[in-house]
Design a binder for this molecule. Structure first.
Ligand code: ATP
Ligand code: MG
Length: 713
């Protein structure tokens, strides 16, 4: 019988094919971004199934996110058809561990109906424990304890195994941790970290069960191996049989979860753990153009702690990576929105564009701009701005002021903040309203004069109606954003958020942003209509929308056009990593930058702003050191002169700094040096430890006139 190459193997390069076909024994694929690691893993999976080496439920496949798991399932279905449905053990570490735990909960003192707590529940529980132990929860916050416990769990430490030196609240760490675990057991619950930790307990204490799984999982495949933490590593070891048909793929340059306990050393340990392991290196990048790859490679070369590898691409098309300096955050979101619209006009789909931010707070500016321009977008890994609870609450108030008939709005906020109008009363009101064919508010107006509700509820409702009437009267002669502020204040909503130390500040920030965004609309009606249109824009996964996400969330993904905003010292790299002693944190930030740039297939655009509003204060920003580290040959840089240039107006002249010999050698443009000197408050060239903060009203640089370009000192 002639041996034909199956379709799914076609198109692979020899190294990739080697990694796919070496099904028996341990294999480590160690290779840079976009070299087809994930593709190799997927194809290998298809190959194992297609050649009958194992049945779908005998494979353990671990991806980093649920999204990645879904995509892999789809790709395999595409390759081998519906038999991919039997892949029961394909998921994230957590989802697979949860499945295993569901099968043996009694071994760790849980019942099969156990619940998995979210962080809110977790922190509430910890707060109770801290209070019960008479610990000052302002000094020793539930949040920090929950972070610490998570950190312990990521290292596989149960309370008994906690090493000396690991502590909380002066010697109470272990006791609190143990108390927390026993509280969880009483509640028949576990937290996220427990999923793996309980697995470790089960597998290490019950040899027979571990053996059963080792027999079951004939092949193990792991993507993004560089980001596994100790607990995950131990878990994999416990599940790997002596034959060790395990294939891990990863890239040490993309290890970005060190802060969550990930250990790149797991890569180095692989060879030791699996003697005779086959190590495959992939060097050809199929994703990006040579400029993108060149920029990314130059950047990551500044890291000392790396294994080092070669990457090349055949794609010589495409533009250089664009770096733009702009005046402030507003200008940055305007620039990016404009470029998105241009790209869209040129025929690109919205979904082919992504905005990747360092921290989620950066998203708001873009979301607002997109809303304003009706550019559809989705936020991956979090709610969109207008879908956030506090924004919906504020909208509900406004909608109810605008229209008494809006029962949904009524239901949402009639008891938010709490006014003593309980659920039963609300349901009763809605029932009566439905029965009489009137709106809930109309029903309320009747009910407060009848005796169908308790006196207390009636009083609360009367005062709610009075408030609403007053606000409605106010609406006719007050600017709508001021009205919004008043409503939030007078309703007690602001106070309610202030009382919440954990999420309150961020929510209040969002509400402030909301009132700012409203100012660009003539009327409240126009604003609300716009919001409902935008909220309706992209429903369902097939929709065409710009993707906004954090750099961490973008791992493994790719987009034709990628925007990388906020490349400023203190934002990216984060202030925390700058303040930290040593290079470890900075190197991780640099890897994150590398991940960011390498998401782009055709076009990567980096930007930074000279000024940012941070907690109500204008802060002058320095361009990120990562900007300096981009090799000039692959970068085209441009900046608004008002900031960097020595003379000329903001718009009239552009100072191009790509005539400088190299970024690494420092900027030679005098304007640049002066700008640096100004922001640093130091001699040109020196980088300040912290960004200079200019306090006070209005825009930064009261001493400089950006329009006349009169100088920076
Ligand atoms: P990352 O490190 O970012 O996770 P990766 O190494 O997992 O990247 P993949 O996502 O598997 O890389 O592949 C990058 C792109 O290159 C994908 O679009 C993939 O389909 C394509 N690709 C990979 N191998 C080949 C090949 N042999 N021929 C053509 N395209 C390929
Ligand atoms: Mg990948």
């Amino acid at each position: 019988v002639a041996h034909e190459t199956p379709d799914y193997l076609g198109g692979l390069n020899p190294e990739q094919r080697e990694a796919v076909e070496a099904t028996e024994g341990p294999v480590l694929v160690l290779a840079g971004a976009g070299t087809g690691k994930t593709r190799v893993l997927t194809t290998r999976l298809a190959h194992i199934l297609a050649t009958g080496r194992a049945r779908p439920w005998e494979l353990l496949v671990v991806t980093f996110t649920n999204k990645a798991a879904r995509e892999m399932r789809e790709r395999i279905t595409h390759l081998i058809g519906p038999s991919a449905e039997g892949l029961r053990w394909l998921g994230t570490f957590h989802s697979v561990a949860a499945q295993i735990l569901r099968r043996h909960p009694e071994l760790v003192g849980l019942k099969s109906s156990f619940t998995i707590l979210d962080t809110d529940d977790q922190e509430r529980l910890l707060k109770q424990l801290l209070e019960a132990a008479n610990i000052d929860t302002k000094r020793w916050t539930p949040k920090s304890l929950s972070g610490l416990i998570d950190h312990w769990k990521n290292r596989g430490w149960t309370p008994e195994k906690l090493p000396p030196g690991e502590d909380f609240a002066n010697g109470k760490g272990q006791t609190l941790y143990a108390a927390y675990q026993s509280r969880l057991a009483t509640l028949n619950a576990c937290d996220f970290g427990d999923l793996l930790l309980h697995n470790l307990t089960i597998l290490s204490k019950h040899a027979d069960i571990a053996e059963e799984y080792r027999k079951r999982f004939r092949y193990i495949l792991v993507d993004e191996y560089q980001d596994t933490n100790v607990a995950q590593y131990l878990w994999l070891r416990l599940l790997t049989s002596s034959t060790g048909n395990v294939c891990c793929v990863g890239d040490d340059d993309q290890s970005i979860y060190g802060w969550r306990g990930a250990e790149v050393d797991n890569i180095l340990r692989f060879e030791k753990d699996f003697p005779g392991a086959k190590i495959v290196k992939l060097e050809r990048n199929y994703r990006s153009t040579s400029h993108i790859l060149g920029a990314a490679s130059g950047l990551i070369a500044a890291n000392r702690d790396r294994l080092g590898k070669t990457l090349w691409t055949e794609d010589q098309t495409g533009d250089k990576v664009r770096v733009r300096g702009v005046w402030d955050g507003d200008a940055e979101s305007r620039l990016i929105a404009d470029e998105i619209e241009t790209a869209k006009r040129d025929g690109m789909k919205y979904r082919d564009m992504a905005v990747l931010v360092r921290a989620s707070f950066q998203m708001r500016a873009f979301e607002e701009r997109f809303v304003l321009l009706a550019i559809p977008y989705t936020v991956i890994g979090g709610p969109r701005f207008f879908e956030r609870a506090e924004i919906r609450d504020a909208h509900a108030y406004l909608r109810l002021i605008q229209s008494e008939d809006d029962d949904l709005a009524f239901e949402r906020i009639v008891n938010v903040p709490k006014r003593g109008i309980g659920d039963t009363s609300v349901q009763k009101i809605l029932q009566i309203a439905r029965h009489n064919g009137v709106s809930a508010m109309t029903a309320v107006r009747d009910l407060i004069t009848s005796d169908e509700l308790q006196a207390r509820t009636r009083t609360a409702l009367s005062s709610f109606v009075r408030d609403l009437d007053r606000w409605r009267a106010l609406a006719s002669d007050t600017r709508h954003w001021l009205l919004t502020e008043t409503v939030l204040e007078e309703s007690g909503y602001t106070d309610m958020q202030k009382a919440d130390r954990a999420t309150g500040p961020a929510r209040l920030d969002n509400l402030k942003e909301l009132t700012q965004a409203m100012q660009s609309f003539e009327t409240l009606g126009a604003y609300l209509e716009h919001v409902s249109l935008v909220m309706d824009l992209d429903r369902g996964p097939s929709s065409d929308a710009v993707q906004i996400m954090t750099l961490h969330g973008a791992k493994g993904l790719e987009f034709p056009l990628v925007f990388l905003p906020g490349w400023e010292e203190g934002v990216f790299p984060s202030q925390r990593s700058i303040d930290e002693k040593g290079e470890k944190g900075l190197e991780e930030e640099r890897r994150l930058a590398y991940v960011g740039v390498t998401r782009a297939k055709q076009d990567a655009r980096i930007s930074f702003a000279a000024n940012r509003l941070v907690y109500g204060r204008w802060t002058s920003q320095l361009p990120s050191r990562f900007v300096d580290e981009l090799p000039i040959a692959h970068v085209e840089a441009e900046s608004d002169t008002g900031y960097y240039g020595a003379s000329g107006g903001m718009k009239e002249a552009k100072s191009r700094w790509d005539d400088a010999p190299s970024f690494g050698a420092g900027y030679t443009s005098p304007g640049w040096q002066r700008a640096k000197a100004f922001t640093a408050g130091q001699t040109p060239g020196a980088r300040p430890a912290r960004n200079a903060v200019i306090e006070g009203e209005g825009r930064l640089i009261a001493t400089a006139d950006p329009k006349s370009g009169s100088g920076f000192v």
